[in-house]
Structure formats: structure tokens, C-alpha cells
Design a binder for this molecule. Structure first.
Ligand SMILES: NC(=O)c1ccc[n+]([C@@H]2O[C@H](COP(=O)([O-])OP(=O)(O)OC[C@H]3O[C@@H](n4cnc5c(N)ncnc54)[C@H](O)[C@@H]3O)[C@@H](O)[C@H]2O)c1
Length: 249
């Protein structure tokens, strides 16, 4: 399927590994120049950048903490300077700090809300200013099925992802008239490093929940994100799409 993405430019946050890496490579395979924005810049980011270039697209790695509101505008400027444009932002950077609420520290609450929700706000805001001028844009925010259903031990995480969903629907309403779509992808459990932090009994229970009998690979999520960024998805906005093998039906 022709995606119509050739020559576009994207920011993917948290793209040094896991789902963000798969999204960056999926976009690059469609001819999109990709800026990897991650709090850590190391040999993993360099290898993602090399893989982007192997696919024939340009790559940029930028070390930035998405919680920093002031950095977001600067990052967007650097990306538009390097690539000459910015069409797509995928807010994927995310963390967990799990605990039941009665034992959850203020620091655990704040860290998760800061990265997952404020981080997405920062980059949605900074990128939409550029997209409004161009009258074209695609914003995809990576939430979780736990932002829809809640999860034992993840009140902070579920609140951040639920907030992200509500923010995205509001932004979709604000940006529609500028030909900018805003959508949310809500994965179930995905085979990444983040999953390694989940206790084994929870992982087994989650696998039992999936009707397809397996967890997602990062590429299962990336394929949908690439589609939502494409011209093919031009009439889809304000939507929340699960990629969970039926984990939450
Ligand atoms: N893995 C899962 O099972 C799963 C399920 C549902 C949703 N998600 C969501 O998908 C996204 C990616 O998850 P993953 O499993 O690939 O995670 P991961 O931990 O493998 O990768 C997250 C990336 O985000 C970066 N990051 C963390 N804090 C940052 C910050 N403050 N600023 C910039 N970058 C930062 C990390 O350095 C890392 O490269 C997250 O938003 C997560 O909540 C994951």
C-alpha cells in the first residue's frame, strides 16, 4: 500500500529502543526523515540512526528530556532546521513506577505524570505550531490499554495514559481545521525492556487475557503508527486504537 510519506519529516520521542525504535524504522522505511529524541543518547541511539540511514532516510539524534517544556520548542527548531520541515510527531517516551496507591510516593506519581503526560503535551504543543503554518500534520500519542481500563498497581501510569487520551481528543478538535490529525495508539503488553519490569505472575495473567495468545512485537504497534501518519489515514482523527491481541475487549 502506498503510504504517501516519502520526503516527510518526523520526531519520535523515546526512539532509542523498544516501540519507539520500531516506529522510527517503520517511518524511515517509508522515506520519512526521523529525529530520535531521547533522554539517553548512546550507542543504541547511534545504531537506530544508522538503521534509519540504511533505509534511505536522514536521521538526527537529540538528547532531550521530554519533561522540559523549554527544550521542546528548541528541539522542534533544530529538527526543522536539519530537515527543512516537520510533519509528524510521535510521543512515545514513557516510564512506569508501579505501586499500589497507598504506598505510592509523590515522586513516583510526579515522575510518571511528568514524562508520560506532560512530555506529550510539550511535544504536541511545540510541533503543532509548525504544523499549523504548513496546514498538514500528524500527531500520534502512544498510550496503553491501561489508560482505558485502569490497572492494579498502576494508578499513576493509567492516569497519565488516560490523561493523554483526553488531551489528544481535545487537541484533535482544536487542530482539525488546520488539516492536522491527532490519534492515540493504545498497546497491550509489548515485548520490550519495559515489560521486563513486570512481575512474572502479572505477565502470565496478561498473556492469558490475549485472545490471540501472544504479546505484541514492537513492529505490531509501529505498523499502525505508520498507517496513522500516512495519507491513507487522512480522515481519522481523535481516535484511540488498541493493538493488544484482544487483551482488553
Ligand atoms: N512495553 C509495553 O508493554 C507497553 C504497553 C503499552 C504501552 N507502552 C508504551 O509504549 C511506549 C514505549 O514503551 P517501550 O516498552 O518501548 O519502553 P522502553 O522503556 O523500552 O523505551 C522507552 C524509551 O523512552 C525513553 N525515555 C524515558 N524517559 C524519557 C524522558 N524523560 N525523555 C525522553 N525520553 C525518555 C527511554 O530512554 C527509552 O529509550 C511508552 O509510552 C509505554 O508507556 C508500552
Amino acid at each position: 500500500m502506498e503510504m504517501g510519506l516519502q520526503g516527510r519529516a518526523a520526531i519520535v520521542t523515546g526512539a532509542r529502543q523498544g516501540i519507539g525504535k520500531a516506529i522510527a524504522l517503520g517511518l524511515a522505511a517509508e522515506g520519512v526523515d526521523v529525529a530520535i529524541v531521547d533522554v539517553i543518547e548512546d550507542e543504541h541511539s547511534a545504531s537506530v540512526a544508522a538503521a534509519i540511514e540504511e533505509r534511505g532516510a536522514r536521521a538526527l539524534t537529540l538528547a532531550a528530556d521530554v519533561t522540559r517544556h523549554d527544550f521542546a520548542a528548541e528541539v522542534v527548531d533544530r529538527v526543522t532546521d536539519a530537515f527543512g520541515r516537520l510533519d509528524i510527531v510521535v510521543c512515545n517516551a514513557g516510564i512506569t513506577r508501579d505501586s499500589v496507591v497507598w504506598k505510592m510516593s509523590e515522586a513516583q506519581w510526579d515522575a510518571v505524570l511528568d514524562v508520560n503526560l506532560k512530555g506529550a503535551f510539550n511535544y504536541n504543543k511545540a510541533a503543532s505550531k509548525v504544523m499549523i503554518d504548513r496546514r498538514w500534520g500528524r500527531i500520534v500519542n502512544i498510550a496503553s490499554i491501561n489508560g482505558l481500563r485502569g490497572k492494579f498497581g498502576q494508578a499513576n501510569y493509567a492516569a497519565s495514559k488516560g490523561g493523554m487520551i483526553a488531551m489528544s481528543k481535545s487537541l484533535a478538535r482544536e487542530l482539525g481545521k488546520f488539516n492536522i490529525t491527532v490519534n492515540v495508539v493504545a498497546p497491550g503488553m509489548v515485548l520490550t525492556e519495559m515489560m521486563g519490569m513486570v512481575p512474572a505472575e502479572f505477565t502470565r495473567a496478561a498473556l492469558d487475557e490475549t485472545v490471540l495468545g501472544r504479546f505484541a512485537d514492537p513492529e505490531d504497534v509501529a505498523d499502525l503508527v505508520v498507517y496513522l501518519c500516512s495519507d491513507r489515514a487522512r480522515h481519522i482523527t481523535g481516535e484511540v486504537v488498541k493493538v493488544d491481541g484482544g487483551q482488553y475487549i
